[in-house]
Design a protein around this ligand. Structure first.
Ligand SMILES: [Zn+2]
Length: 181
């Protein structure tokens, strides 16, 4: 796992007033998503107002886990989930959420992602070989370097591995490998 220091993921949201929007006026502004739930109608209008409902009409930096519009409190909740992620984790996390996100609560996403992510690899065959080496006994690791173990068709071996629990998602220049529990 990467130990790169990072500022973390800090998404932002454009919060608008729904009443103004429905009247054909765009009243709103960009805010840090983690404090989206604290923004008041008065903040947006710059004065007292009887307009009550605010809505996130645009957003950026959510790693692909937020589609379309949402309430400010939902955006803040998601931002809290993402705050724990490093920049390096953003892309594989996004891939994980797409496949497994619906299977668990958002609050557990990062934890589960970290349990199940097995890294970026050139292809499934490369991962299979690495996995075999990492999970073999020390005395067997030397044998992996000599025939017949050095002649294994790892792409073929990977087919078995990836039909029996492992899963890969396309990534730029390779694949992200996951082992869902
Ligand atoms: Zn308004």
């Amino acid at each position: 796992m990467s130990t790169t220091l990072s500022t973390g993921i800090q998404p932002s949201v454009w919060i608008g007033c729904l009443a103004c929007y429905n009247a054909g006026r765009l009243v709103g502004d960009w805010y840090d998503a983690d404090t989206a739930d604290l923004v008041t109608p008065e903040d947006l209008h710059g004065r007292e107002t009887n307009h009550e409902e605010l809505w996130v009409m645009d957003h950026e930096g959510f790693c692909g886990v937020l589609e379309g519009e949402c309430s400010p409190s939902e955006a803040a909740e998601l931002a809290e989930v993402l705050a724990d992620l490093s920049e390096d984790e953003a892309a594989p996390f996004s891939a994980w959420v797409e496949v497994y996100g619906e299977q668990s609560e958002r609050a557990h996403w990062v934890e589960r992602f970290r349990e199940e992510f097995r890294g970026f690899h050139k292809n499934e065959g490369h991962f299979a070989q690495e996995w075999a080496e990492d999970t073999s006994q020390p005395e067997d690791q030397a044998r992996m370097q000599v025939w017949p173990f050095n002649a294994i068709d790892w792409d073929y071996a990977a087919q078995e591995l990836f039909s029996g629990g492992f899963h890969s998602e396309d990534a730029p220049g390779g694949v992200y490998v996951f082992c869902p529990r």
